[in-house]
Design a protein around this ligand. Sequence first.
Ligand SMILES: Cc1ncc(COP(=O)(O)O)c(C=O)c1O
Length: 409
Amino acid sequence: MEDKKVEKLINNEEKRQMDFVQLIASENFVSKDVMKATGSVFTNKYAEGYPNARYYGGCENVDKLEELAIERLKKIFNAKFANVQPHSGAQANIAAYNAILKPGDKILSMSLNSGGHLTHGHFVSIVGKFYKIFSYEVNKETEQLDYEEIRKIAKEVKPNLIICGASAYSRIIDFKKFVAIAKEVNAYLLADIAHIAGLIVADLHPNPLNDGVDIVTSTTHKTLRGARGGIILTNNPELAILLDKSVFPGTQGGPLMNVIAGKTVSFYEASLPSFKEYQKNIISNANVMANFFIQKGVKIISGGTDNHLLMINTKKSFNKTGKEAEEILYKVNIIVNKNAIPFDEERPIVTSGIRIGTPAMTTLGWRNKEFLKIAEVIYNVLKNDDNISIKKNKQIVIDLLKEGKNEKY
Ligand SMILES: Cc1ncc(COP(=O)(O)O)c(C=O)c1O
């Protein structure tokens, strides 16, 4: 590269990604093929509009690419309609709301502390400014979704839209129960499956499209392991038209065709039998960690996990805030993120917990053995972070990182 400054940063970032244990639940490592497609000449092409209805000439290849992306995406999710243009998960959500709501309409969604996402209506997001937001929490005792309580709130609030799906929730989401609630109050129902998309493709989590949810939004770069971006799915032909219009020209300009190329490759990869194996391993690895922590008396939010992540109440378990825990783990080359936990009293920048996810290291070839060892390290350093403990555990992590590398990634 002629630009040595950027080249150096790319090299440094590559090294960082390989020198640290990546346990951020929303990150992954894409295949070399996804990387190649995302870095391809499609980045040069403008293609406002949709296949065979563009506002630019020279779209013969991008048309075929977008059609292929849509076809593959519909197949892996068993969906009738798909839009692959949202630039990100946030854009997918904003486009979906804009398709069906007017400013001032009411949204009922999971609070940030219980595991929801900013774009589900937090006041700092544009969503919180455009719409009237009402929240549901997880149950205080079980720390799991309480469908009866959500139903009660929905009946009081009478929202135009109910959102289910989360960024930091480790249990199965019962979409059928949400569908019943939405029907009862005559609201649209949107499932944001950004985190669990890969599990759904692998049939390891219920599919909201099979369960009658109106609109499904997702990111493509978490468990789905594709290029960074968003998607929208529906089985309803009328909603499909509104959604397409809302993505373009409603909320976006030209699609990132290079990213759509990367997404398309990942949709192919997600259709392979090896993808199902990969998703099974993600869940198994998360369980191994959760069980280890539980047996050590660590407070795991909701008492366990059904998916790719687990949440630790670091305050109760180790007398440390999420911020402190994140910083201690960084010293032994482990990257996690601090995360608000249900009914958290700390500020979002501090928090009382951490979120741990297994998708990225599972991609690199880690299995139960490695995850068990890393859980031990996490437990040991959060219990004792003196210099000797840090030094000893950092060496264990460095040795672990040398094992089980997957050449494809
Ligand atoms: C549930 C959920 N929805 C939406 C998003 C937003 O995705 P993006 O960061 O691609 O805008 C996230 C990202 O963390 C998420 O977890």
